[in-house]
Every structure is written in C-alpha cells, then in structure tokens.
Design a protein around this ligand. Structure first.
Ligand SMILES: Cc1cc2nc3c(=O)[nH]c(=O)nc-3n(C[C@H](O)[C@H](O)[C@H](O)COP(=O)(O)O)c2cc1C
Length: 313
C-alpha cells in the first residue's frame, strides 16, 4: 500500500503536515513532529523584522475549538536561517514548507526572496491571517485581485513551488484560488483560521483575549474547511493542502475525499498531542485496507461525482 504523496514534485512519506503556527519556531521542535509521525512540517509565518505579536492571553480553547490572536510573533526571516538548517540536519527525509508573511506585498516579496535561499522545499504565502487587521489591513486572500497581484509578484522571485494559503472568510473561495493559480501558484493551502471570533469571560464581563478577537480553529471549523476544499477542488487543477479542524482519521478522510492531497494538522495537537499524526495515518491506512485501495491518491476527490474531471476545468 502506498501512503507516499508526491506534492508538486516533493515526496511526503505520508499526507500529514504540521500546519503553520504550532511548534514551528525552532528546527528541533519541527523535527520532533516528524519523529512522531508528521510527513512534513510548515514553519511559523516569518516577516522581515522580529515581531512580538499581541499581548497575552493570546490563545484559549473552548468546547470544540481553539481561538488565537498570537498576531504573527516571530524572530524575523533574517534570524531564522539556522532553524531551517537545523531542521534539515535532523529530518532530512521530511519536507519543510517555509511560511512567508508581511505587512504588504513588497514585504512579502522581500521575505520570499530570502526564504528562497533557505533549505525549504516549498514556500507557503500566508495571505490570510485574520488577527492582524489593525496593522496590516484586510488579509490579501479576502480579495481575488490582490491575491492575483501578490502571487504574481512572489512568482517572479522564486523558482521553488508556491502554495497560497487562503481564508475561509470569503464569499467565493474557489474564485480566489483561481486567481492564485492563474498567477503562478503551484498549490493552495486551505484554510487559515475563521472569523475573527470572540470569547467573553462572564465574570469579568470582558473579552478574554487581550486583542478581543482571534482566529477560530479546531474541530468547530471542520465542516466549513471541508466545503472550502470541495469548492477549490472544483475550481482549480493545482493540488490542495487541506487544513482546518482535522483532529482524527475520519476528518482526514473527509478532507481527502473533498479534494485534499495533503492534510494540514494544527489544533489536533491540543486535543491529542503529537500522537495525532500517527493516529490519522493509521486510520487512513486501515480505511484503505478495508476499501481495497492501494494508493493514497485514489482517495483524493472521491466524494465528487463520477465523471467530474478536474483536468477539464
Ligand atoms: C496558535 C495558532 C497560531 C497560528 N499561526 C499561524 C501562522 O503563523 N501562519 C499561518 O499561516 N497560520 C497560522 N495558524 C493557522 C493554522 O495554520 C491553521 O490554518 C488553522 O489553525 C486551521 O487548522 P487547525 O484547525 O488544524 O488548527 C495558526 C493557528 C493557531 C491556532
């Protein structure tokens, strides 16, 4: 049985990929995820300069999910090179995706240009963080035309494969994906957190997050993420890293049947620790055995009606 995924020419030993933002700051913590079963990893989003992010509390759980307003804290792209090198040394067989961010298109291009020189297999363009609007404006992925412009600008500075990370907070995510594809994206990552949302402390009578609002992730957003992946699968030919609320094997299978080739796994770590990667892969393997499937690619898009052919899009 083959669980390997060839994604934009990159070989992943299984479909699980650590999503950006969880355990993604140091090479050692990223490699720890692959040693526990992740097929590949995504770094925390990096900007040009060091960024503190929002004041604590920045992350909390609620029944069914997680809400965060971390606010893209990080050390800045210039200081992060050694972490990618460390990861490469510790996990030579597992791909790493470098997440690129910025306040505007110019900064995103600058970060991408630097990331291009780093030992990463692919660049993920984070056009969809919902909790930095105060400083960075509406996420790029909320507008198909700005998504087109930003993707095109990055395409000119790197030959590495690019995946564009989209927001679920749009009326037509398929349209945004089409604009990314038409301007040089090799893949789509969908989705980033939803919202923003809010949780109120009823004793204090105030929102709990210092930032008041944050992006919602985890199981609560899974049906929306599945629908987003479904819409994208029917809109573009490029492959999808299906992300959002995948916390067990059943969720993973739904995502693959909707059209995901790889699975972004983030909040599952809160529920199941790093066991989540093996748990998910084991369930996919068991399902394939039961159903007589030999290659994991046979699962991708299985929920779409017979005769639906993406190559004809
Ligand atoms: C605490 C936290 C930090 C995150 N940081 C980033 C980030 O830096 N860049 C990014 O593209 N997405 C970030 N995300 C979004 C995740 O990568 C993912 O798209 C989202 O959480 C949905 O997947 P999940 O339900 O499996 O967590 C973050 C999410 C959380 C909860």
């Amino acid at each position: 049985m083959n669980l390997n995924v060839n994604f934009c020419g990159i070989q992943f030993p299984n479909p699980t990929v650590l999503a950006s933002g969880y355990l993604g700051v140091t090479g050692a913590s990223l490699a720890n995820c692959t040693s526990k079963g992740a097929g590949g990893v995504t770094s925390k989003t990096l900007l040009m300069k060091e960024r503190t992010g929002h004041a604590n509390p920045t992350i909390l759980t609620f029944p069914g999910g997680v809400i965060n307003a971390v606010g893209l804290s990080g050390e800045g792209i210039g200081n992060a090179k050694h972490e990618f090198e460390k990861y490469r040394e510790l996990a030579p067989e597992n791909p790493i995706i470098g997440s690129v961010g910025g306040h505007d298109i110019d900064e995103i291009v600058e970060v991408a240009q630097i990331m291009d020189e780093y030992p990463v297999d692919m660049l993920e363009l984070n056009f969809s963080c919902p909790n930095v609007e105060g400083e960075m404006g509406k996420p790029i992925a909320c507008d198909p035309l700005i998504t087109a412009q930003a993707t095109k600008a990055v395409r000119q500075v790197t030959k590495k494969p690019i995946t564009v990370k989209l927001s679920p907070n749009v009326p037509d995510i398929g349209l945004v994906a089409k604009h990314a594809e038409a301007n040089g994206a090799d893949a789509i990552t969908a989705v980033n957190t939803m919202g923003p949302g809010m949780v109120i402390d009823i004793q204090m009578r105030r929102p709990i997050l210092t930032n008041k609002v944050g992006g919602v992730s985890g199981h609560a957003i899974k049906p929306i993420a599945v629908r987003c992946v479904w819409d994208i699968y029917r809109s573009v030919k490029i492959p999808i890293i299906a992300t959002g609320g995948v916390i067990n094997g059943r969720d993973a299978l739904e995502m693959m049947m909707a059209g995901g080739s790889l699975l972004g796994i983030g909040s599952a770590i809160v529920y199941h620790d790093l066991k989540c990667f093996d748990m998910i892969t084991d369930k996919i393997r068991a399902f394939m055995e039961e159903e007589g499937l030999n290659d994991i690619s046979e699962l991708v898009g299985l929920a779409h009606e017979e005769g639906f052919d993406r190559d004809k899009l």
